[in-house]
Design a protein. Structure first.
Lengths: 353, 353
DNA sequence: GAGGGCTTCGGAAACATTTCGGAAACATAT
DNA sequence: ATATGTTTCCGAAATGTTTCCGAAGCCCTC
């Protein structure tokens, strides 16, 4: 008889041992009942275990399971900001495929802050997530590398990577830029300005490249906002509109930027699309509201999320968790964006009115 | 010497033992270094441990920590849908306070489905979250009760509970309804219709009560949408507008419903606010876009989330995890909503133009 | 009528931590 | 000198699972 020191006097959840003894079997058997669906087991013991679980209202401790099995069945999702309407859509896509597969979602938001980025990376590692989806334009490559180096399966969504250290799923941003620009040009605009956020965000740069394949530097000037927050967007748009030569057509690198332009336009008394044709990017929810009616390029956030989750799940299947040697090489999936024509570009008489 | 069977041949993350032996101390000491900030420890050993951790790039295993300490430092947040713009704002509020406190956020979305609701509850219990925030109008009281019964600290946000089994933080929905109704009446509308989602959602019912304290049954008829999804909202609004007596003023129980009405109105050629004054509820992002300019009642989603998280953190502090006997009685916090006047009610000439 | 294959189960080590209860070392008070 | 306390550390039990390996029972087949 040992000392049996109990560190937690009053508490005491029911454990697998309780189930085992009530059912009259060993805990190994109960464990197998819990996990393996195909394990040899008589209908009788199966029934006894079921009854015991039911009666004790037993819930296996996921922490212990994870510790023992070395799989957490959790996947971390890192976004820049939850309130940016683009990300929830992507997260929904992830959730859509991750959930039926039995994974739980750990959410990490890194609001621009470098410290938070490091903290999120640390959390994901410490919690031993089975995989991570990085969907934050603001997370630097270093963070991704750390995760990879820690042996975590990661796929980067809606963001380009300088070195291909992880799977990537993106849309063809150049194509998106081209789509928008072509549409404007087809409708007779000889010039158009590209209203964008900081160009160190690769997506913005690629959209620019697409745009440039249609409008050259001369007839396609740039106007750069400090950030893609609405306030900064509005400010930048205001300065653009107040400039000497007010553009007749604008391609905004995101819907937020586009809304910023609408806001600035409104307060300056210039109207969309009468005075100025506008195309956005992302196709977030707002655009479809009649009063907004934003022509935009759909960036397929939900699909990107779903595809990313799919790749991740598959990779987890191959390389369960701790890195068993040679991983399969990084995969890269490119989805096609799609132009959604509504009123703001002025080519339909479904205008903003 | 025992057999030393290693179940995981190739893998092998660095553990607290590695740190301990490299630093030349016991793992107990390392553990204390990790957790207690105030523990007696010579500067020398502290430095040695720090160096070892650094060198080995050690990341404590949160699963093992949780198992041993019986605290997961995770809190679960359950929302009805991430894509409904109301919830991300609330989640952001939660994150804002939970994160600095060192907690990780487990997200659970229950898209209407009863099965998913049960699954989410199960997940929260199995993962041994230290607390849960339920912010889903669709989760029935049963789910909440299960969590409470499992000894989990839960606070319900933005949702009323029939029996006060858990802390609650809500806004005063009656007041919100009254605010909207009073505004309409003050501007001369003798009648107004309340466009709402299903009335088994208590928030909608309370908003109705507030509305009714201004417009009685005679001059304040109801129009109920099948759900508060945009499609159903639009459909309901269309039938409302196509009815014999088109109302001159509408109070929508949510901004989504309001947008639905705008959409329907647009396609029927009736304009807001010229033909029909409109007030929404929630004050989601869309409303402030000039083309929408929705007068609405701010439901303080972010604050609700933050307050809920605060209460939860405090409660966790008192009742760490496993239920050590008598809990403090459920608390109830009520925040005041606020009317945000923009163009859609027609009282300002900032109309939808 | 012993060997061989299934099927069904259990013992015990392993997983990576925390925490309890000392113990050694040293200083201070009696 | 001996008691008394502080500071700093360690040994070992405990946390709740999974999984390896073996063993017992059973049904066939030579």
């Amino acid at each position: 008889m040992m000392a049996m020191v109990n560190r937690f006097p009053e508490a005491r959840r029911t454990t697998i041992n309780d189930v085992a003894s009530l059912a009259g079997v060993s805990k190994a058997t109960v464990s197998k009942f819990l996990s393996a669906t195909d394990y040899y087991m008589s209908q009788e013991t199966r029934a006894k275990i079921e009854r015991a679980i039911e009666e004790l209202n037993y819930h296996p401790n996921a922490l212990a399971q994870g510790l023992s099995s070395r799989r957490s069945y959790a996947i971390g999702v890192v976004v820049a900001s939850i309130t940016n309407p683009f990300y929830p859509e992507l997260v929904a896509g992830v959730e859509e495929v991750i959930d039926p597969a039995g994974y739980t979602l750990l959410l990490g938001a890194i609001a621009e802050s470098k410290a938070k980025e490091a903290a999120v990376v640390r959390t994901m590692i410490q919690r031993r997530v089975d995989g991570a989806i990085i969907a934050s334009a603001t997370m630097r490559d270093g963070g991704v590398q750390q995760l990879v180096k820690a042996g975590i399966n990661v796929v980067v969504a809606s963001r380009e990577l300088a070195k291909p250290v992880a799977d990537t799923v993106v849309i063809d941003n150049r194509m998106g830029g081209r789509l928008a620009a072509e549409h404007l040009r087809q409708h007779g605009f000889e010039q158009a300005v590209y209203l964008t956020g900081p160009l160190d965000v690769l997506a913005f740069r690629h959209r620019l490249e697409g745009f440039r394949s249609v409008y050259g530097e001369a007839d396609g000037p740039l106007h750069i906002a400090r950030s893609s927050e609405l306030s900064d967007a509005t400010e930048a748009a205001a300065s653009l509109l107040a400039g000497l030569r007010r553009p007749a057509a604008v391609f905004a690198a995101s819907d937020t930027l586009a809304v910023g332009l609408m806001t600035a336009a409104h307060s300056l008394g210039v109207s969309v699309p009468e005075d100025i044709a506008l195309i956005g990017f992302d196709n977030v929810w707002v655009g479809q509201v009649p009063g907004v009616s934003l022509t935009t390029v759909d960036s397929k956030a939900r699909q990107v999320g779903a595809v990313a989750a799919g790749i991740l799940a598959e990779r987890i299947g191959r390389h369960p968790s701790g890195s068993p040697g040679g991983r399969t090489p990084p995969e890269r999936r490119v989805l096609a964006p799609e132009l959604v024509v509504r009123g703001s570009c002025g080519c339909r008489r479904t205008a903003t009115t």
